[in-house]
Design a binder for this molecule. Structure first.
Ligand SMILES: [Mn+2]
Length: 308
């Protein structure tokens, strides 16, 4: 239990200092395997803003969801025992980005690259989905062209020329060579997608009209032993479950189905991940943030298993 903070055993979920699942706050990263990094930026959104409040809301609910020292149901083992998971805090320059979204790319890339270069796996908490663009840049600089496994209601491959926003970044990331579309897969789409850029797209109907195991198998086949960047937009889920998001689309899967897909990815070479588009002020019940915190913990297990 060396990496288990006894504070987690003794404190109420609504009390105490706020870090992701009560992991140590560690800016130095002297001893870290996995770093949780907040990216509170939402000026790439095309509809309702508010995802800048996502990292703090996810942390708040992670203290509740992650309060059990014995692990995270129903995963086997305990990622916090097997790996040093720390909370790096937020990329703090975002106040200087207000009105200057172009600063986000170099800002996020500059903050995350040194972390990735030290061999630490990054779990980024958005923020709107545009932050995946510099996160992919940093990951690809170390690991080479990545397999993207992307859960979302939207493909985020709109063709808007060079314009970067939360609906275009995966087209641009493919164009940059940071992701290899031929080894990547996008799951859950339910908006028009005229040009898939070479990605395999499993839309919501295909996903939900067949056993989940078939989609898991397809992810495995598509990715193989290639390094994976996993990007999870909370709007992958039906907005009946997660109304707190900027661009909700009806007719999506349930959190349980999403978690089964993620558990099916256990053992894949997941080298980096993000969870984005949580806009907590749009959901006063906090169910969106509770769901996001649960999935963020699932992602720490995937990152940990990939390192084992
Ligand atoms: Mn989306």
């Amino acid at each position: 239990m060396d990496n288990i903070d006894v504070y987690a055993l003794t404190s109420a979920p609504y009390a105490g200092p706020l870090t992701f699942a009560r992991r140590p706050f560690d800016r130095s990263l002297a001893e870290a395997d996995i770093a949780v990094v907040g990216v509170p930026f939402d000026m790439g959104t095309t509809n309702r803003p508010g995802a800048r409040f996502g990292p703090r809301a996810i942390r708040e609910q992670s203290v509740y969801v992650g309060q059990y020292p014995w692990g995270h149901w129903p995963w086997e083992g305990n990622v916090f025992e097997d790996h040093r998971v720390v909370d790096w805090g937020d990329i703090a320059d975002t106040v200087f980005w207000v009105g200057y979204p172009e600063r986000v790319v170099e800002g996020v890339r500059g903050a995350v690259t040194p972390i990735v270069e030290r061999g630490i796996s990054v779990l980024a908490l958005g923020g709107d989905h545009m932050v995946a663009y510099p996160l992919l840049a940093a990951a690809a600089a170390v690991h080479g062209p990545l397999s993207l496994v992307h859960f979302d209601a939207h493909s985020d491959t709109w063709d808007m020329g060079d314009d970067l926003n939360h609906g275009t970044m995966f087209r641009l990331a493919a164009w940059e060579g940071w992701v290899d579309p031929s080894r990547s897969i996008q799951i859950g789409m339910r908006t028009p997608n005229p040009d898939g850029c070479g990605f395999r797209v499993v839309d919501a109907d295909e996903l939900l009209d067949r056993p989940l195991a078939e989609t898991v198998e397809e992810i495995c086949d598509r990715v193989g032993d290639h390094p994976v960047y996993l990007s999870f937009d909370i709007d992958f889920l039906d907005p009946a479950f997660v109304p707190g998001t900027g661009t909700p689309v009806i007719g999506g899967p349930s959190p349980r189905q999403a978690r089964q897909l993620l558990r099916g990815m256990a053992g894949m070479r997941v080298v980096g991940a993000d969870l984005v588009e949580v806009a907590p002020h749009l959901d006063p019940t906090a169910t969106t943030a509770i769901t996001a915190a649960t999935i963020a913990l699932d992602l720490t297990y995937l990152l940990g298993l990939a390192r084992s």
